[in-house]
Design a protein around this ligand. Structure first.
Ligand code: HEC
Ligand code: HEC
Ligand code: HEC
Ligand code: HEC
Ligand code: HEC
Ligand code: HEC
Ligand code: HEC
Ligand code: HEC
Ligand code: HEC
Length: 375
């Protein structure tokens, strides 16, 4: 073979090899994309996830602090949740909450179970804007921002795969709060409000009627205190509601006209953020342990009332509570002296004022008549 021939042969061999290589390259890329396509189902296809996340899988997810969580998922529970088959927008897919479908999961493991749950709660925010909007000044979310990881997130109050309507039955609302606020819940459960709630009463307050839900404010501020009589009044001044229980609605008006209420009402209007030391409803009745006014454990029953007053009037003696008329207008039996004085004034005032008016009117009449006569 001469050099020319040799060069042609080498070139064609190289060319063939190039073509073969190129073909192999194309095949390879097609091949891998076929493989990838198998691993990456169209989004919203849960079948890919549930191959591994069955309800019986023994696999666990191990967190940085060593705790491990089962990765079993019960599809029936998910389907029965508010995001399942009954959802008006159609059942949610795994990816709606967990993001892009991909395996292996390459996110670094969370530091601990609280960090994991708080992080997962962010998935709720994208769809539930209304509930998320007020969170900026919510007690739980400010506590979380301050590093208190025990504070409640969406998932603590609602669950994750098992979310059901949060207010069915209505008592579930208070039970939810009670999972963390145990001591308060126990008091509340046996209070006049709590007891009725668990008997199915639709009118008594749950935790959120007094505190709010997604924008809970600190209840120990001056603002909350000054406005609290209005809060109790939303129900206790409601004639239609209170008639059903034979409870007086005069409690609010009588409070406003007494020496405690007048000042608090003024503060609430003019300086809502300035603390007032005058009694509000719950100083006398208690907060989470409010009882029927005539119950043995009531803070306002005669036997306990002095203690209640002494909380602020340390020098008060046994007859001190009588200095306050209570919510009811004095009667001849309850406060004879006051009743007599009141009645006396009720008669005296109209008589005196009426007399004056009569004198003034007759005087005007006489003057006009005289003027006419002279004119
Ligand atoms: C091949 C099996 C397999 C497939 C397919 C799979 N997973 Fe997983 N998944 C696991 C295993 C194993 C773990 C636990 C350890 C880990 O993270 O690798 C896990 C952990 C998780 C976790 C908890 C840890 C984390 O990163 O939040 C979630 C959530 C999760 N998977 C969701 C999904 C979703 C959604 C899909 C469908 C897109 C899916 N998985 C597909 C096996 C799988
Ligand atoms: C409504 C949103 C939502 C949907 C839909 C959803 N998840 Fe989850 N998932 C969550 C949340 C929130 C958590 C965190 C739960 C926690 O902290 O206990 C979670 C946790 C997990 C975990 C970790 C183990 C555990 O129980 O904490 C796995 C695995 C998982 N989900 C898989 C799936 C799979 C598979 C699907 C689809 C079949 C799915 N999820 C659908 C919200 C969702
Ligand atoms: C992809 C959007 C989407 C995501 C993500 C999502 N939800 Fe929903 N959620 C809905 C839709 C749609 C409904 C049904 C319509 C409605 O009632 O607002 C619903 C209903 C609810 C309800 C019942 C509302 C009612 O009136 O009874 C609750 C509670 C709820 N979601 C909480 C959550 C929580 C907690 C998370 C996070 C774990 C979450 N959602 C994640 C879309 C979503
Ligand atoms: C401290 C407990 C708590 C937290 C935290 C919480 N919720 Fe709620 N949520 C409730 C309760 C209780 C209700 C029932 C309210 C009612 O019946 O008036 C509710 C109601 C809802 C509803 C039904 C519609 C409505 O507004 O009444 C949705 C949707 C919802 N929450 C989503 C969320 C999302 C998303 C988050 C997180 C960003 C969240 N919630 C955080 C306790 C909570
Ligand atoms: C997951 C546990 C958890 C759940 C559920 C929960 N909370 Fe809380 N809550 C906390 C923690 C933790 C704090 C912060 C306490 C602190 O700052 O010292 C807090 C703070 C509060 C505060 C402010 C207390 C203060 O001292 O100023 C109120 C009010 C409150 N929660 C009411 C509720 C209500 C109402 C519900 C139910 C709708 C509820 N919480 C559900 C854990 C929870
Ligand atoms: C009738 C209204 C009412 C109801 C119902 C109610 N609270 Fe309160 N809560 C208050 C008031 C008022 C305060 C402030 C008390 C104070 O300043 O001493 C308060 C204080 C709190 C505090 C702060 C306690 C502290 O000392 O820092 C928490 C937490 C709380 N409530 C949780 C709950 C929970 C949980 C429920 C339901 C089980 C509930 N509340 C039911 C009115 C209510
Ligand atoms: C959401 C409505 C609602 C709110 C808010 C509310 N209550 Fe009540 N309250 C009721 C109802 C309804 C009853 C009757 C329950 C029954 O007798 O079964 C009741 C009963 C009572 C009783 C017992 C009356 C008796 O002697 O029979 C007292 C005391 C009381 N509430 C005080 C308060 C105080 C103080 C507040 C404010 C801190 C308050 N309530 C806030 C609805 C409310
Ligand atoms: C200075 C203490 C004190 C304050 C403040 C106070 N109460 Fe009372 N409350 C009592 C006493 C004592 C009774 C028992 C009946 C009586 O003597 O009037 C009572 C009785 C009641 C009753 C039962 C009425 C009935 O028909 O049997 C209700 C309801 C009530 N209070 C609600 C309130 C509300 C709401 C407020 C605030 C607007 C309030 N109270 C403020 C001391 C107080
Ligand atoms: C939360 C604290 C608090 C509670 C509880 C309380 N008071 Fe008062 N009360 C005050 C304050 C503050 C004044 C105003 C004192 C002043 O201006 O010198 C006042 C004023 C009075 C006055 C007007 C006469 C005076 O000393 O100025 C009477 C009467 C009175 N209280 C009776 C009662 C009775 C009766 C009770 C119990 C049923 C009671 N108080 C419970 C804080 C309270």
């Amino acid at each position: 073979m001469n050099r020319r021939k040799q060069a042609i042969v080498t070139c064609s061999v190289l060319g063939v090899m190039g073509v073969v290589l190129a073909l192999f390259g194309i095949l390879l890329s097609v091949g891998t994309s076929v493989v990838i396509a198998q691993d990456e189902p169209p989004s919203n296809d849960d079948s890919f996830c549930v191959v591994c996340h069955t309800s019986t899988t023994q696999e666990t997810y191990t967190l940085e602090d060593g705790t491990s969580v089962s990765v079993a998922v019960d599809l029936e529970v998910l389907a029965a949740s508010v995001h399942g088959t009954s959802n008006p927008d159609g059942a949610l897919a795994c990816a709606d909450c967990h993001g892009e479908n991909k395996f292996p999961h390459d996110d670094p493991p969370a530091a601990g179970i609280r960090e994991y749950r708080i992080n997962q709660s962010n998935a709720c925010i994208s769809c539930h804007e209304e509930q998320s909007q007020n969170l900026a000044d919510d007690v739980h979310y400010t506590a979380l921002a301050d590093g208190n990881l025990r504070a409640a997130t969406c998932v603590d109050c609602h669950g994750a795969h098992n979310i059901t309507p949060p207010d069915e039955p209505r008592s579930k609302i208070s039970t939810t709060c009670g999972t963390c606020h145990k001591i308060i819940f126990d008091q509340y459960e046996s209070s006049v409000h709590g007891e009725a709630l668990f008997e199915g009463d639709p009118n008594v307050p749950t935790c959120i009627d007094c505190h709010g839900v997604h924008s809970i404010q600190h209840p120990t501020t001056a603002l909350f205190r000054n406005r609290s009589p209005e809060l109790c009044a939303t129900c206790h001044a409601d004639e239609d509601m209170m008639r059903q229980y034979d409870i007086s609605t005069n409690v609010f008006d009588s409070y406003l006209t007494d020496f405690h209420g007048e000042t608090v009402a003024l503060f609430a209007q003019q300086d809502p953020n300035v603390a007032s030391n005058k009694a509000v409803c719950y100083d006398c009745h208690g907060v989470h342990d409010i009882a029927r006014a005539d119950a043995e454990n009531s803070h306002v029953i005669r036997e306990n009332l002095l203690d209640t007053c002494q909380g602020c009037h340390p020098g008060a003696t046994a007859d001190f509570p009588a200095s306050w008329v209570g919510h009811f207008p004095p009667t001849l039996e309850s406060h004879p002296f006051l009743f007599v004085v009141n009645t006396f004034y009720q008669i005296l005032l109209p008589v005196v004022l009426g007399g004056f008016a009569f004198l003034v009117l007759t005087d005007i009449y006489r003057r006009i008549r005289n003027a006419r006569k002279q004119g």
